[in-house]
Design a protein around this ligand. Structure first.
Ligand SMILES: *Cc1c(COP(=O)(O)O)cnc(C)c1O
Length: 637
C-alpha cells in the first residue's frame, strides 16, 4: 500500500483503536488521535491540543492526561447496565457497587468517582488502614456502602466502628477467623459494631495472571467449616443479626467468562446454604475481576477478555437468580468491587521520542584486501551468491554460521577489529537483502521474526517504564501504544520503544498487531527533522498509575486533568495540573538533603575559584546551574 492510499481506517486497524478503546478514542480525518469521553455526546478532544496547551503552561513531557469524563462515563455505564439487566431479569435485589480504592488512590480520582456515583449510591472499598482513612473522609453519601477487606488489626476495626458511629453503612469483611473475635470484643467495649461480611474461600479460580486469588490455597477467606463456626460464634455472642454479606474475589482481569459463571454458581450456593443455617444475609458481593480488553482481541489472552460488560452483569444477575429461586431464597442485593474496568481508560501517558538507536545504519568499507581473513572472504561470497541465485534461505544460514564463527575467531585473537567490523557490516547488508526477497506468506516464519528484530531500530522515549507502565515490565502486560499524529500517513518503520532508565529491561517490546499477532516491534513513522514525535501509552488508569517506582530516581510525572466542554472552541479545558517530581523531591525521599548538597557543591566550586582553576564569574553561574537542576523536573527536557 502506498502512502497516498493509506487512510485513517488503516491506522485504526493497525493500532486496533476501535477494539480496545471502548469508544473513548478515535482517529480524526487529519490523522490526529482524539479522546471522545462522552460516547453519547459529540465532543472530541484532540490529544495533541491538550499537550500544546499544557506546554504553554510550562508543563513538559512526559505527562499523564486524566480524562475525568471517562471516569464518570464508566461509573454510569456500570450502574446503568446493572439497572437495565436487573429490570430485564425481574431481579428483586438492588445493585450497590463499590470502587476499590487500591486500584487508583489518587484523591482526584476517588472524588470524581464518588461524585459521579452519588446518584447510584455507589460506594468505596478499602483494603488497608490508609485506604479506610480516605474512605471515611470521602465516602460522604449515607446511602452508599463502605466495604472493608484485607487483613485487619484492632485499629483498623476501631476505625470501622468509628464509621458505624458516623451512621455510615460499613461492612467489615472477615478474611480470617481471629478478626471476628477481635471485632466482637471491640463491639462490647464500644457498644456498636459495623455490619459483618464473610469472605468465602472458593474452589474456583479466575483463569489468568491472578488466578491464585481464588482456589483452596488463596491467601484470604474462610473455609466452609470456618464459615459454619463463624455463624455459631456470632449466634453465641448475640451478634448474628449483623452478618449481612457474603463476599468472594477470585482474582483481577478474569479473561474467561466461564470463570465468572462458575464463581457465581459456587458463590450463590454458599450464600443460600448460609441463609438456611440462620445467617440473615442480604448482600452478595462478587468482588473485582471485571477485565479490560487491553489488546483488543476479545479473547482469553492474558491482556484481553472474551466478554462484554453486559455479558458479565447478565451472568451475575441471571446465575444468582437461578440458584436463589431453586433454593427458595430471597434475591440479595448485589455488590461488585470493579476497579480496573472503572479506571483503566481514563488516563494515558504521553511521551516524546528523543532519538533513535539504529545499529543497522552503520556503513563500514568492506573493500577486498590482500591477505584478509578467510571468514571475511567467505561472507563476501555469500553476498555475491545471494545476488545471483536469490536463494535467501541458504544465504541466511551460511551468513549466520560465518558470523558465529567470526565471533569465536575474534575471541581467540585470530581476527582483527577491522575484519570483525567488515563481517558485521556485510552480514547486515545480506539480511537487508534477504528481507526484501522473502515473500509475504512467509512473514510469520521464525526466520522473518528474527530478521525483523535484528533489522528494527529502537525509538528512545522520554519516560520510565518502571514509573509509568510497570506492569508491562513486571507481568508482560500489553498496553496499547499509538502515535498521536500522522495517523493518515503510512508508518514505514518498525521499532521497539526504549525508555531513558539505565536498565536494558526498560523498554516496551510487546505489541499486538492484528495481522501478525504479538510482536516485539510496533509500526512507527520516520522522525521528521525539527518535529516532535509524540506517542501515547493508553489504558494506564488502573494500577499502573499508582504502582510506579523510583528506579533511577525519575519519580512521578507531570499530570493534567482534563474536562470536556462543548462550549469551548477546543472542546476541553485543563482543570488542574499536578507537577511531577523535581530532582530535590526524589532525592529527599532517599534521605538526601538537597540544601546540604548545594552547600557542599558550592564549597567545592569556591575552592577551585580560589585556586584559580575556575573564573569567579563562571563559578557563580555553575552554582546557580546546580541549584536549578535540583529544582527541575527529573525527565529529559
Ligand atoms: C484488587 C481487588 C479488587 C479490584 O479488582 P479489579 O479486578 O481491579 O476490579 C476488588 N476486590 C478485592 C478484594 C481486591 O483485592
Amino acid at each position: 500500500m502506498t502512502n497516498e492510499t493509506w487512510t485513517i481506517q488503516d491506522s485504526d486497524r493497525l493500532y486496533n483503536v476501535s477494539k480496545w478503546s471502548n469508544g473513548y478514542f478515535k482517529i480524526e480525518e487529519n490523522g490526529q488521535l482524539k479522546a471522545t469521553p462522552n460516547p453519547n455526546k459529540n465532543v472530541g478532544i484532540v490529544i495533541n491540543d491538550v499537550i500544546e496547551e499544557a506546554k504553554e503552561q510550562g508543563i513538559q513531557l512526559p505527562l499523564v492526561i486524566r480524562f475525568h469524563d471517562i471516569l464518570r462515563s464508566q461509573v454510569k455505564l456500570l450502574n446503568n447496565t446493572f439497572q437495565k439487566v436487573i429490570d430485564d431479569e425481574d431481579y428483586r435485589g438492588k445493585f450497590f457497587g463499590v470502587y476499590p480504592v487500591k486500584v487508583n488512590q489518587m484523591r482526584e480520582v476517588v472524588e470524581e468517582i464518588v461524585d459521579a456515583g452519588s446518584r447510584y449510591n455507589y460506594g468505596l472499598e478499602a483494603g488497608s488502614k490508609p485506604e479506610l482513612l480516605s474512605a471515611l473522609a470521602y465516602n460522604n453519601n449515607a446511602d452508599s456502602l463502605t466495604v472493608l477487606n484485607g487483613y485487619k488489626d484492632r485499629d483498623y476495626l476501631k476505625l470501622a466502628i468509628l464509621g458505624a458511629k458516623l451512621g455510615r453503612k460499613i461492612f467489615v469483611v472477615i478474611e480470617k477467623f481471629s478478626e471476628l473475635r477481635m471485632l466482637v470484643e471491640l463491639g462490647k467495649e464500644h457498644g456498636v459494631i459495623p455490619f459483618i461480611g464473610i469472605r468465602g474461600r472458593m474452589s474456583v479460580k479466575g483463569r489468568g495472571k491472578w488466578e491464585s486469588s481464588g482456589g483452596d490455597k488463596a491467601k484470604f477467606g474462610l473455609t466452609t467449616s470456618e464459615i459454619i463456626l463463624a455463624i455459631e460464634f456470632l449466634k453465641k455472642h448475640d451478634r448474628l443479626d449483623m452478618l449481612k454479606l457474603f463476599h468472594f474475589h477470585i482474582g483481577s482481569q478474569i479473561t474467561d467468562i466461564r470463570s465468572i459463571k462458575e464463581a457465581i454458581e459456587e458463590g450463590s450456593r454458599i450464600y443460600c446454604k448460609m441463609q438456611k443455617i440462620g445467617a440473615p444475609l442480604q448482600y452478595f458481593d462478587v468482588g473485582g475481576g471485571l477485565g479490560v480488553d487491553y489488546d483488543g482481541t476479545n479473547s482469553t489472552n492474558d491482556s484481553s477478555i472474551n466478554y462484554s460488560i453486559t455479558d458479565y452483569i447478565t451472568d451475575i444477575v441471571y446465575g444468582l437468580k437461578s440458584v436463589c429461586d431453586l433454593e427458595g431464597v430471597e434475591h440479595p442485593h448485589i455488590i461488585t468491587e470493579s476497579g480496573r474496568a472503572i479506571t483503566a481508560h481514563h488516563s494515558c501517558v504521553i511521551t516524546n521520542i528523543i532519538g533513535e538507536i539504529d545499529n543497522t545504519k552503520i556503513e563500514f568499507s568492506t573493500k577486498q584486501e590482500t591477505g584478509e581473513h578467510n571468514l571475511v572472504t567467505e561472507m563476501r561470497q555469500v553476498g555475491e551468491v545471494l545476488e545471483k541465485t536469490k536463494n535467501w534461505q541458504e544465504a541466511y544460514n551460511d551468513a549466520l554460521k560465518i558470523k558465529t564463527d567470526s565471533i569465536h575467531a575474534f575471541k581467540l585473537g585470530i581476527l582483527e577489529l577491522e575484519e570483525r567490523a567488515k563481517i558485521e557490516t556485510m552480514h547486515l547488508r545480506i539480511l537487508k537483502e534477504i528481507n526484501s526477497l522473502v515473500p509475504e506468506e512467509d512473514f510469520q516464519s521464525e526466520l522473518m521474526q528474527d530478521l525483523e528484530n535484528t533489522l528494527s531500530g529502537q525509538y528512545l522515549c522520554n519516560f520510565s517504564v518502571f514509573q509509568s507502565a510497570c506492569d508491562s515490565w513486571a507481568i508482560e502486560q500489553v498496553l496499547p501504544v499509538v502515535p498521536l499524529t500522522r495517523l493518515n500517513e503510512k508508518p514505514l518503520k518498525r521499532s521497539t520503544l526504549a525508555d531513558i532508565t539505565c536498565d536494558s529491561d526498560g523498554k516496551i517490546d510487546r505489541f499486538y498487531d492484528p495481522d501478525e499477532g504479538f510482536k516485539k516491534t510496533i509500526a512507527v513513522h520516520q522522525l521528521n527533522e525539527g518535529e516532535e514525535y509524540r506517542i501515547g501509552i493508553f489504558l494506564t488508569g488502573a494500577y499502573q498509575d499508582v504502582m510506579g517506582d523510583m528506579h533511577n530516581l525519575f519519580g512521578r510525572v507531570n499530570e493534567v486533568h482534563v474536562y470536556a466542554d462543548s462550549d469551548d472552541p477546543k472542546g476541553f479545558y485543563i482543570e488542574e495540573t499536578v507537577e511531577g517530581n523535581s530532582a530535590r523531591q526524589v532525592l529527599s525521599t532517599m534521605q538526601y538533603n538537597p540544601e546540604f548538597m548545594a552547600f557542599k557543591v558550592k564549597r567545592y566550586i569556591d575552592r577551585q575559584v580560589s585556586r584559580g582553576r575556575i573564573r569567579p564569574r563562571d563559578g557563580v553561574s555553575l552554582v546557580d546551574f546546580y541549584e536549578d537542576c535540583l529544582k527541575s523536573y527529573t525527565y529529559l527536557k
